[in-house]
Design a protein around this ligand. Structure first.
Ligand code: BTN
Length: 261
């Protein structure tokens, strides 16, 4: 492990004694590492960070570009004691924690349902949650987070160059990844402690106020079809309520929304 990583690891261990930290210079995927920890059994909330991922995974089986030292590539491994009914809202809560974290650095991001972080009309970060339930209890919840911090435009291939961004590209200067991670841990801990219906409603208010799709025409890809719809609300379980071209309201649990079509 390089010196900076060792120093940061020790600082984080001192700041958060209740969290188990693993910092790597290189790994296949921090989500994969969490899954193997989960299968062996774990007794503490765990945060796994890597400077670089060789097989970073995105949603829908996509790859997640994770070049060395240029982003925050990390996963949380948790055993929440809340009801399984709250699992579907966890990506929404996490996206709100990222939104609030960035705001602390005067970065105004928006959120694209369910859990993409955008700056202007480009993707800055994403979340990949994976979980296992047995006997109606959550065995483990893995929340993988990728935030493009100091990537240059040339780090992205041509196709991604007009879809993705980084803080450095958007603001013209480098950002300290570990300061952002530290703020995220605080925001996330606040949001995740004592989850109740009321708390979810108040977090959803922040999420909705900073959504980049509500009340705009978007293209929705779901059930193998594309449809132009207008998202009008997010339900308390995290599903998206959309109005179609015949003014019929539909509730979408899984799908992909695109602002460009
Ligand atoms: C998305 O496609 O929007 C989700 C991207 C999630 C990427 C993060 S980076 C850290 C963690 N490890 C992975 O392999 N993926 C997630």
């Amino acid at each position: 492990m390089d010196n900076i990583l060792t120093t940061e690891l020790n600082n984080f261990k001192l700041l958060y004694p209740n969290i188990e930290f693993y910092f790597f210079e290189e790994i296949d995927s921090t989500n994969n590492f969490c899954k193997s920890l989960a299968n062996k059994g774990f007794d503490k909330p765990t945060l796994v960070l890597s400077d670089k991922q060789i097989c970073g995974r995105g949603t829908k089986g996509r790859n997640w570009l994770s070049p060395k030292n240029k982003g925050l590539w990390f996963s949380l491994l948790l055993k929440p004691d809340f009801s399984t009914k709250f699992l579907s809202i966890t990506p929404i809560l996490t996206a709100t924690a990222i939104y609030e974290t960035l705001l602390e650095f005067d970065i105004k991001a928006t959120i694209k349902w369910p859990n993409d972080i955008f700056i202007k009309d480009r993707k800055l970060g994403g979340i990949l949650t994976e979980s296992n339930i047995s006997n109606e209890k959550i065995d483990y919840l893995i929340i993988g987070i990728g935030i493009n911090i100091n990537l240059d435009i040339t780090d992205f291939d041509l196709e991604l160059q007009n879809k993705a961004t980084s803080l450095k590209i958007a603001y013209g200067n480098d950002f300290n990844r570990f300061k952002i991670l530290n703020t995220f841990i605080k925001k996330f801990s606040n949001i995740y402690s004592d989850i109740t219906e009321d708390k979810i409603i108040s977090i959803l208010k922040i999420y909705k106020a900073n959504s980049c799709i509500l009340n705009k025409e978007v293209s929705l890809h779901y059930n193998n079809t594309y449809e132009i719809v207008t998202p009008i609300d997010i339900a308390n379980d995290g599903s998206l309520l959309v109005k179609d071209s015949n003014n019929i309201i539909k509730q979408i649990y899984s799908g992909e929304v695109s602002l460009r079509f």
